[in-house]
Design a protein around this ligand. Structure first.
Ligand code: SAM
Length: 216
């Protein structure tokens, strides 16, 4: 299927230790990062960078998120096996693989056709099978709503109401919100029909485009 040799497993274990030192505590998240082969998302020329804690270009002006960011958002989602999760911004598909490794049922939507097609073809080949959608995820995925958890992997100007509307009671939305340069990570929990908001660290994501995102 793909090569996952002693060296790659070793580098992955080192990355997991680094993420733990940086403050990721959820053992299930660390274990998931420890199982998903990040090197298979990299071209040969960039292979040596696959287990650095950095974002990398994946074409179409987009990036595979930094492992710390993937771990941080995954931890904040409090995934339980069987959770129905919507991911907005499939990108490379790496985050979707981590969510699947956590036992979630994953619906992932991408705005750029080429990235959608590449991920839809590639992920099943390496053994990961989310449900793929092409379109504007700033509107959520009403046809498959409601969701236990929603994760947005692009920076939004505001919290799209479509997303909070598509959360189940007790559901969690994790979304970076801010300007185009930096965004604060928000966790929004739906409790008794109310939305409870928590703020975490600042991150720098590519912009969320679309109707409830940035217009350009
Ligand atoms: N989760 C990805 C991964 O693991 O590689 C990283 C995603 S990248 C930082 C952000 C992605 O969001 C890009 O692929 C971009 O095309 C996508 N995106 C931006 N606006 C979107 C929208 N309205 N709907 C769906 N995807 C969107």
């Amino acid at each position: 299927m793909f090569e996952d040799n002693y060296r790659q497993r070793g580098l992955r274990n080192k990355l997991v230790k680094k993420l733990a030192l940086k403050g990721i505590k959820d053992e299930a998240v660390l274990a998931a990062i420890g199982t998903v082969p990040r090197h298979v998302f990299f071209e040969n020329a960039l292979l040596e960078h696959a287990y650095e804690d950095k974002a990398f270009p994946i074409g179409e002006g987009q990036t595979i998120s930094q492992p710390y960011t993937v771990a941080f958002q995954s931890e904040k989602l409090e995934i339980k096996p069987g959770d129905k999760v919507l991911e907005i911004g499939t990108g490379s598909g790496y985050q979707a693989c981590v969510l699947l490794a956590l036992g979630a049922k994953v619906y992932t939507i991408e705005y750029k056709r080429k990235l959608y097609e590449t991920a839809m073809e590639f992920l099943p080949r390496i053994g990961y099978k989310p449900y793929f959608f092409f379109g504007d995820g700033s509107k959520g995925l009403p046809a498959k709503a409601p969701f236990d958890k929603i994760i947005v992997t692009a920076g939004a100007p505001v919290v799209p109401t479509a997303l909070t509307d598509q959360l189940k009671e007790d559901g969690i939305l994790v979304i970076p919100v801010g300007d185009k340069e930096k965004q604060v990570m928000l966790r929004i929990r739906k409790k008794g029909g109310k939305l409870l908001k928590e703020e975490f660290d600042y991150f720098a994501f590519v912009p969320l485009l679309g109707e409830q995102g940035w217009k350009s």
